[in-house]
Design a protein around this ligand. Structure first.
Ligand SMILES: [Zn+2]
Length: 133
């Protein structure tokens, strides 16, 4: 493989694209020529094609626990002192909920926050202990 000195890089000052020079200085302006950033480390591939984000995971768990508790959205809204609209948005993983609201919501479900964010087996054990599955 060729040495990295043949890689095309861009001057950080004047943006001129060029090959790396011996001095690691720009041919035009003598600015620093930074070597290209190393490639991002590979993320471990999930077997699922769809990415599970924290808010998606949280949303689906909150919806599951609410249904297991047999709370309707209006009932839940009252218990957690949030709007029904908020619940429906949050349960679709679309809201930027504050920690304070999240805590109040989880409390209303009798769901400890650490369980909400626990790895799946721990979350499932919680559901089992609560007789929810
Ligand atoms: Zn330059």
């Amino acid at each position: 493989m060729e040495t990295s000195s043949r890689e095309i890089i861009r001057c950080t000052r004047c943006r001129l694209q060029q090959y790396m020079t011996q001095t690691q200085r720009c041919r035009r302006c003598s600015g620093d020529l930074l070597p290209p950033l190393p490639p991002e480390p590979e993320q471990p591939q999930s077997s699922q094609s769809q990415t599970i984000t924290a808010s998606n995971l949280m949303a689906s768990r909150l919806r599951l626990v609410r249904r297991c508790r047999h709370f309707s959205q209006p009932e839940m809204a009252e218990r957690a002192r949030v709007s029904q609209q908020f619940i429906s948005v949050m349960e679709r993983g679309r809201s930027r909920v504050t920690l304070e609201t999240l805590e109040r919501y989880a409390n209303a479900l009798n769901l400890p926050l650490h369980v909400l964010f626990a790895p799946a087996p721990q979350f499932e054990r919680f559901l089992q202990k609560q007789g929810m599955v």
